[in-house]
Write a protein that binds this ligand. Structure first.
Ligand code: PYC
Length: 314
């Protein structure tokens, strides 16, 4: 029986499953090249690690791979129940806390190559237990289009199209309460927004599909609260690191935050990321800080006789 060791953590409620050994050989090359190979030839690996019955729609997978960039200590490919992510903020926090839990790294600065660029992480010291507070200096974020109208349920609403390592549509005038009591309505509505973006041909740069939707509301405990719908229709339990990066870029471009100012973004479940931006050579560089918690470690067992060996896929 084949075995794949894994470590599960959660960051602000959103789980990350870290795997390193047991993955197919993705050859040499950049992490983007390795992702292209994984996607084309070995997508079953994503499904058997992440999909039911071993996983769930909520999980995000993180596969550690060798980086091509000599300035990086790690390479990482993020994936979910339906495909692959460019970057993942909560996942990066989870990966660094997991490596710290394993005793492989201590407090300090580490560079990670992702398919969409290099991110720099800081693992902060902890007074007790494994270090689990992590800052992620993300890839540059930007707003591609502002205040774009989209008709949903016969009504015109507006959103910003922004990049934070994935593509996001950020909506404020949705009229829904962002709360745990409203999860079903939020999910249905955000899914309709996502479908209407495709139908109404609202796209990211270079014709990219916008596969994450953020519905914002005011918050008591933070600067803003959001419901984030991920590509596979699960909502992000964390405030979404790449989504918060996209939000920060919009806020900065609107003059609503200045460089270094802390913005506290709260998820629908109540967890909070702190974020800020710096402008470097004309680009907006977001930094997100949050904490991850270890939940499980073990081995995935791959029994060749299992009819759902490869996971349940649509
Ligand atoms: O934290 O960037 C993030 C993220 C993306 C999808 C789920 N979480």
């Amino acid at each position: 029986m084949k075995r794949i060791p894994y470590l599960d953590s959660h960051t602000g409620g959103e789980p990350t499953r870290l795997v390193e050994r047991g993955a197919p050989d993705l050859g040499a090359g950049s992490v983007a090249d390795q992702l292209a190979r994984l996607k084309k030839d070995f997508d079953t690996f994503r499904s058997l690690v992440l999909n039911e019955p071993r996983g769930s729609d909520v999980l995000v997978g993180a596969l550690l791979v060798p980086p091509a960039d000599p300035t990086c200590q790690f390479g990482v490919i993020y994936f979910n129940n339906v495909g692959y992510l460019g970057m993942c903020g909560h996942g990066t926090i989870g990966v660094m806390a997991s490596l710290a839990y394993q005793g492989r790294i201590g407090p300090g600065v580490y560079r990670l190559e992702t398919p969409v660029g290099v991110v720099e992480t800081t693992l902060h010291p902890s007074a007790a237990g494994y270090p689990n507070r992590v800052s992620v200096r993300n890839v540059p974020a930007y707003r591609y289009r502002a205040h774009v109208p989209v008709v949903v349920r016969g009504r015109s609403i507006h959103g910003d199209v922004a990049w934070g390592g994935n593509w996001f549509f950020l909506v404020h005038d949705h009229g829904l309460a962002v709360s745990m009591q409203n999860l079903e309505q939020l999910t249905d509505y955000a899914w309709e927004v996502r479908q209407q973006l495709t139908i109404q041909e609202i796209l990211g740069a270079g014709g990219a599909e916008i596969d994450h939707v953020e519905l914002f509301a005011s918050a008591d405990q933070a600067d803003s609260q959001s419901f984030v719908l991920c590509p596979g229709k699960a909502y992000d339990r964390s405030p979404c690191g790449t989504g918060t990066s996209a939000k920060l870029a919009c806020l900065f471009e609107d003059g609503r935050i200045s460089e270094g100012q802390i913005w506290r973004q709260q998820s629908v479940v109540g967890s909070i990321f702190e974020g800020s931006v710096q402008r470097v050579a004309g680009k907006i560089i977001p930094t997100i800080t949050g904490e991850a918690w270890m939940m499980a470690e073990g081995e995935l067992l791959l029994d060749e006789r299992d009819p759902f060996h490869d996971g349940i896929r649509v």
